[in-house]
Design a binder for this molecule. Structure first.
Ligand SMILES: [Zn+2]
Length: 132
């Protein structure tokens, strides 16, 4: 079904997903509906053509890392990261996970501080013209 060549890291993740049979309520409900939006194949559950990632902290963190830390991806912000990640994977509250991950990334937080400092230099506080 996966018609494209998967990266080594990615196939490693896929193997781990296949080994994990835990399913959250949200995905089992979607599967039970049998409306074509969710299905199971090769030991994985799919949600709207995206791979469902079981609720395993390590596994999800590995994926988040893959879509944030590599040099060629280069620490995207949460919206960009969501765009990239949701092309392949899905799990409930994915957006929240990404938000927390980006907020918890030391490098991103350092960059943010630098941006804010630069922005302040560009817009110095205007001198109050009031009568007080
Ligand atoms: Zn980062």
């Amino acid at each position: 079904m996966l018609g494209r060549k998967v990266m080594t890291e990615e196939s490693d993740i896929v193997k781990k997903i296949q080994k994990n049979n835990t399913r959250e309520k949200k995905i089992t409900q979607a599967l039970e509906k049998k409306d074509g939006l969710a299905w199971e194949e090769d030991g994985m559950a799919y949600m709207e053509e995206r791979i469902y990632v079981p609720n395993n902290k390590k596994l999800r963190e590995k994926i988040l890392k893959e879509y944030h830390n590599p040099v060629d991806i280069g620490h995207p912000g949460q919206y960009r990261m969501l765009e990239l990640l949701k092309r392949t994977y899905w799990w409930p509250e994915l957006k929240e996970y990404i938000k927390k991950y980006v907020q918890g990334c030391l490098k991103c937080q350092q960059n943010k501080v630098q941006h804010q400092q630069r922005a302040r230099e560009l817009h110095p506080l205007e001198i109050s013209k009031g009568p007080w």
